[in-house]
Design a binder for this molecule. Structure first.
Ligand code: NI
Length: 263
């Protein structure tokens, strides 16, 4: 079985001591490809370096909505330069996060930076990984007006079933993470059960959100199997089936088969 961890942060310092072991454990579990996403310009550069260093690792580059101080008028040019590296396969993670940002001014700035990076993705012809927390309405509105022509995933999906249906209607993907395995997973199991198979991606978001039975510990790509197992259980499918279609979906969204970089 082959899995792809479609959203990860192996640049996090929590991995600095044992990164090679983490990547090896992933490969031994069948997680042969891992996509790391940047949150700042520096972190994006670090993701690109990891993609150069390890086979099977890829990079998404972008400025996270909680890192707006990192964005200025030159940032998109710098990201475009980074995107020349063959390990770069996406723009992300970009989007809106209203959890800590309560001011109208701060939220407007997030929107401006979000739209600028959607434009960059269009110019570079790259798919997009969207981070969206507590900003469902605004995010959906921006995506519908600014991103109808883009390929994208709502990573670590936390919206309602109604919102998921809107996403699916647009031909977009949703990313499923550790919270699916939590006792308080709320509406997520119903969304996963209802989802058309061709819209689902698996991701760990490591080092965050470790699935049960490692909840609360450092997450890592090898734990993707706990999420896949839960998806299989909820949808009444085998683990092999889940591996097959989620891997195909990831390859389709991120053009992984067409990429020049060796796996
Ligand atoms: Ni993330």
């Amino acid at each position: 079985m082959n899995f792809i961890d479609t959203h990860c942060h192996l640049t996090d310092e929590k991995f600095s001591a044992d990164l090679t072991g983490v990547v090896e454990r992933a490969k031994n579990s069948g997680v042969g490809k891992i996509i790391n996403f940047g949150s700042t310009l520096k972190d994006s550069g670090d993701c690109v370096e990891l993609a150069e260093k390890f086979s099977g690792l890829f990079a998404g580059i972008g400025i996270h909505p909680e890192e707006t101080q990192d964005f200025d008028e030159k940032t998109c040019d710098k990201l475009a330069d980074l995107a020349k590296n063959p390990g770069v396969i996406a723009i992300g993670e970009i989007g809106l996060d209203y959890h800590w940002e309560k001011s109208g001014e701060g939220r407007e700035l997030q929107k401006k930076i979000f739209v600028a990076q959607l434009d960059l993705a269009r110019q570079l012809n790259l798919p997009v990984c969207i981070h969206e927390r507590e900003a469902h309405g605004d995010a959906l509105q921006i995506l519908k007006s600014e991103a109808r022509d883009l390929k994208l995933v709502l990573h670590c999906f936390s919206g309602s079933l109604e919102m998921a249906k809107e996403i699916w209607k647009c031909g977009w993907f949703i990313g499923i993470d550790g919270p699916l395995t939590f006792k308080n997973s709320a509406k997520l199991p119903e969304i996963v059960k209802t989802a058309p198979a061709e819209t689902l991606l698996l991701e760990t978001d490591a080092p965050y959100l470790a699935p049960t039975p490692n909840r609360g510990k450092r997450n890592e790509p090898a734990f993707l199997l706990n999420i896949a197992q839960k998806v299989a259980e909820i949808r009444g499918e085998t683990l092999e089936e889940v591996a097959r279609y989620t891997t195909e979906n990831a390859e389709r969204l991120y053009f992984l088969r067409e990429r020049g970089k060796k796996f």
